[in-house]
Design a protein around this ligand. Structure first.
Ligand code: NAD
Length: 420
């Protein structure tokens, strides 16, 4: 597998060819501003002590405090954290949020920990990174295998350390602790708004079959929205297996089984018209829309030739390697890139932070009404750049973000150490 950050930087280099940004801007964007690695030592329920490696990266804060999730995963790595923080920098710029990019992770399989062990680990993370995070400095959020409950513990730990309530330090919190309505499904909703806005341009007005890889927060929510919009969801997968049903699956019914047994494949054993297939076959299903909503690097050189989709909506971060991306472009498969397609999540996180700072909370309708125009406007902007320069949407999204970042870096002045 290619080095993740190198792959991401190659996207930057490609985009740079279509802008006139100063080489010093590119030089600045090639390196993270701050990275901290530590080991968190916690007491396990059986009295023993165990340590876990953890990271936080603040990639670039020229446009505002850094923002990005915390991932709990056994395969987490520093390269992945830095790359995800790089993508967050560009994602926040694409949708015009006053944020830079950050990311964090703990190398752990949270399913092996009890709830109290998980809470101790989450609090230990905040202790270790307390000087690096803060409502005006770096604002974490949930990511893969972290959720509102964990964000609630983390916000509580940070507030205890500061001695006063600091809800704005973390987003994706439970509503009772200052979370925003509409945050749970914001990533999918943002992606759905992008798709609706570009329906004509993407020629999604004939047969509409969708395949969803990954059935967690983002995958389930987009499944529900597409289903309600008349799409036929012909394939769904999670890490344990996949389902195929040519006549269409009901995402909520599949989700009920997933909640009960932990596996979407168990839905197949209860329904004769549904076939249980392996994960590789799911990606090869013929469809108009493929939605990767699991992890990075899922579509790579080894399987890209099997992809049989018209459009790919990247709800996951980095699901396509840069080599596979080139193959998809050459085959005319349109990729709606992650930094636009899944930016609804960070946009509503921004709304949560704004509400925390104002101490004034919005209704779910208000949240959606504010999200929709942002996603629509930026989708059209990216589409128009792609169209006018005859470049893929990913390159166009990077061109747009790079121009925003470049203006901010230059506005800091030529003698600034702040943004060095
Ligand atoms: P989640 O933990 O809720 O769900 C992840 C899902 O992917 C699970 O169902 C898991 O079983 C499945 N999965 C893991 N490996 C798989 C594989 N090899 N094949 C098929 N399925 C697999 O995570 P989430 O919050 O839904 O995030 C999913 C992706 O979306 C991640 O890349 C994340 O970075 C990105 N994302 C999420 C948000 C958000 O707000 N949740 C925002 C932006 C981007």
């Amino acid at each position: 597998m290619e080095d993740m950050l190198q792959g991401a930087l190659s996207q930057l280099d490609v985009a740079a060819k279509y802008t006139d940004v100063h080489p010093e801007v590119l030089e600045k964007l090639r390196y993270p501003k701050e990275v901290l690695t530590t080991r968190l030592m916690i007491r396990m329920d059986n009295g023993s002590r165990r340590s876990f490696v953890a990271w936080r990266c603040r990639y670039d804060d020229t446009r505002g405090p850094t923002k990005g999730g915390i991932r709990y995963h056994p395969d987490a790595s520093l390269d992945e954290v830095v790359t995800l923080a790089f993508w967050m920098t560009f994602k926040c710029a694409v949708v015009g949020l006053p944020y830079g990019g950050g990311k964090g992770a703990i190398k752990v399989d949270p399913r092996e920990l009890s709830k109290s062990e998980l809470e101790r680990l989450s609090r230990a993370y905040v202790h270790a990174f307390a000087k690096m995070i803060g409502p005006d400095k770096d604002i974490p959020a949930p990511d893969v295998y972290t959720n509102a409950m964990i964000m609630g513990w983390m916000a509580d730990e940070y507030s205890s350390l500061m001695g006063y309530p600091c809800p704005g330090v973390i987003t994706g919190k439970p509503i009772a602790l200052g979370g925003s309505l509409g945050r749970e499904d914001a990533t999918a909703r943002g992606g759905f708004y992008v798709l609706k806005q570009l329906e004509k341009q993407l020629q999604l007005n004939g047969e509409r079959r969708a395949v969803i890889q990954g059935f967690g927060n983002a995958g389930h929510a987009i499944g529900r929205m597409l289903h309600e919009d008349g799409w036929k969801i012909i394939g769904i997968s999670d890490s344990c297996g996949a389902l195929h049903c040519p006549s269409g699956l009901d995402p909520d019914a599949v989700h009920k089984v997933k909640l009960k047994t932990g596996k979407v494949a168990d839905y197949g054993s209860e329904h004769s018209d549904v076939q249980v297939i392996d994960n590789a076959k799911l990606l090869a299903l013929e469809c108009e829309l493929l939605v990767p909503a699991a992890l990075e690097n899922q579509i790579h050189q080894g399987n890209v030739d099997s992809i049989n989709a018209g459009v790919i909506l990247e709800l996951a971060n980095g699901p396509i390697t840069s080599e596979a991306d080139q193959v998809l472009n050459s085959k005319g498969i349109v990729v709606v890139p992650d930094i636009l397609a899944n930016a609804g999540g960070v946009t509503v996180s921004y709304f949560e932070w704004v509400q925390n700072r104002q101490g004034y909370y919005w209704t779910a309708d208000e949240v959606q009404q504010r999200l929709k125009p942002i996603m629509e406007k930026e989708s059209m902007r990216v589409w128009n750049i792609a169209h006018s320069k005859n470049i893929p949407m990913r390159t166009a999204a990077y061109v747009h973000a790079l121009q925003c970042l470049s203006s901010a870096i230059e506005a800091h002045g030529t003698q600034s150490y702040f943004c060095a």
